[in-house]
Design a binder for this molecule. Sequence first.
Ligand SMILES: NC(=O)c1ccc[n+]([C@@H]2O[C@H](COP(=O)([O-])OP(=O)(O)OC[C@H]3O[C@@H](n4cnc5c(N)ncnc54)[C@H](OP(=O)(O)O)[C@@H]3O)[C@@H](O)[C@H]2O)c1
Length: 225
Amino acid sequence: MRKPPTVLVIGASRGIGHELARQYRDVGATVHATVRKSGDEAALQTMGCTVHRLDITRGDDWDAFAGSVASLELDIAIHNAGVGGPRYDGPPTLEDFDETMRSNVWAAMRMAPIVGPRVAAARGRLVIVSSRMGSIGARESAAFTTYRASKAAVNSVAKDAAIVHGPRGAICVALHPGWVRTDMGGAGADLDVADSARGIRKTVDGLASGDNGCFFSYDGAAMRW
Ligand SMILES: NC(=O)c1ccc[n+]([C@@H]2O[C@H](COP(=O)([O-])OP(=O)(O)OC[C@H]3O[C@@H](n4cnc5c(N)ncnc54)[C@H](OP(=O)(O)O)[C@@H]3O)[C@@H](O)[C@H]2O)c1
């Protein structure tokens, strides 16, 4: 019988990350989940998750997190936390640019050297949640330009993670979760959060070593960079 996987979900207070934690617990996985705010631990602890406090924009939080996961072997790690960036038209203020890039790009750069070796140790899968909006090949709109640029940049981080950690046994991918009805996706989005999370789990389960360094949609389809 296969042993239940050990899973890490970064950014599990709400939305897609929360649902992933719930579904992985439902299938018996050991789940490590992160939240940034006190008060967001309880629901995840009730599900049986081990909860870590992590604000992905804080270097000292990453340092502490590195210590807490140093001895784990992670079959699946999902870097999900992110922000939608400015909603207005035109160039971003410097403050909004910095906040979006720090949350969506810098955080993944801090995460990869901490989590990548823990995933490689289990010959597991590291998923960086990106977006179709970051795809340059599939782009048809310039709306939300800062968010798009941040997700294009995090795709580059995912590729670098694949180059570094792939040869050590990890399969590292960028993944579009679909357009999902969450606080970020809005009420008019295509997909229920449960369907997105189910699709992500199935796609992650199906990953093979040849998929290292690729970009997928939640439904398993290949995405253009
Ligand atoms: N929804 C969509 O249609 C869609 C489409 C494509 C890609 N995505 C991507 O999917 C991921 C999840 O999106 P979602 O729709 O579930 O968004 P969401 O409902 O807005 O949830 C965002 C999550 O990220 C966490 N987060 C944001 N900044 C953080 C920080 N500084 N430190 C720690 N955690 C932080 C939030 O924690 P707090 O509760 O503490 O804020 C929350 O758990 C994101 O990377 C997003 O870009 C979403």
